[in-house]
Ligand binder design. Sequence first.
Ligand code: F0G
Length: 451
Amino acid sequence: MKTIIEPFRVKAVEPIRMTTREYREEVLKKAGFNLFLVDAKDVLIDLLTDSGTGAMSSEQWAGIMRGDESYAGADSYHRFYNRLHDLTGFDHILPTHQGRASERILFEVVGGEGKIVPNNNHFDTTRANVEHSGAKAVDLVIEEGRSPKSRHPFKGNMDIEKLEALFEEVGPEKIPLVMVTITNNSGGGQPVSLENIRAIRRVCDEYKKPFFLDACRFSENAYFIKRREAGQGDRSINGIVREIFDLADGATISAKKDGLVNIGGVLMFRDDVLAQNARNLLILTEGFPTYGGLAGRDLEAMAQGFEEVTHEDYLQYRIRSTEYLGEKLLAAGIGIVEPPGGHAIYIDAKEFCPHIPQEQFPGQAVVCAFYRHAGIRAVEIGSLMFGYGGNKPAMELVRLAIPRRVYTQSHIDYVIEAIIEVFEKRKELKGYEIVEEPPHLRHFTARLREL
Ligand code: F0G
């Protein structure tokens, strides 16, 4: 059969409020042309993020009722622990309220002034937490990972020569750990190969340094390995996932992605001392180690989510949905980061509207046009987000992130149709200027004006 169906039936529905173009025009003006300032009720298809926006299964909702809300040693904690222990093999497993809480604790333990942390590409919050500790974050993704058109099957790979060169240049004492992000969100949701993960392990062994994963999208990454890497096609997803974690000394996870929950995170260690230090900090700001800032019911939902996410029919539907969107846009002549990533499609806004100069935020022009035309909410990853103090980002991208198990194929077809219609009239798109901005993270609250 050619058609890949959504491997679920719908049990509860959440209405989408239809709006007119005129109404959306007003909404845009009131929000200062910043989609972060638009209310969710005014959005038809929300592709702002795949984080915490997924739909839970009936078994997860059943777990919500089962949640044991005891302060210490709750049953829900044991179910959470056992599932993650089976999945990853780690003994020290701490729940946290989300990914950045795990990062904050990890880098408070291992970071600090003068230290250097390599990653393929740090996600924003990871970089911010590394830098908040006083350390420096260094990105070592392979060259292909920086080029939008390169069709390398594992564009998230770390450049092993650059990693070795960094160790030689600064000395191993300055590098507390090596981290790799799977899949590589900041690089377009691109996977990292098993071969590359093994090579990073070898370098870490050579310099006697721990190797950590930012494993938010570990299952999507494992599926890409199964599909694309030689000799991996016959393995189970759980087998590949287990080998990835076996190669690491620890991991941070935002469960809002492949944990299939709306809130939750994980921090894992092999080393007893690191784990003890982290546990002490966890108690300080998150909570007792058997709930880590979450309710018992949240732990239940995670235990079940981390089980369902490795199902192959789910992964096939998931990865294919994203690829389908990417292929249709490519076929219409719209430039995207290729090949399509796991959780999102990234449109090349410079190519979409070459008549808008970089100083006038071409990515934001595209984002506003999608909302105005069809009520679709996407996010700009370009000059508005990163173009501070003379910094000129290499790419102007617009991310369409796909929530898990939320939208059907007809929703995606609507998105494709809308984007192609905007593309056909792209010459009418206008640039923007900022009228109001805060000193940090300006893309969240800045207000703009259409030129
Ligand atoms: N690491 C990666 C690779 C991420 O994509 C994210 C979140 C985090 C860490 C932080 O996790 O949000 O639970 O604190 N990414 C979301 C996104 C926000 O839209 O890409 P968190």
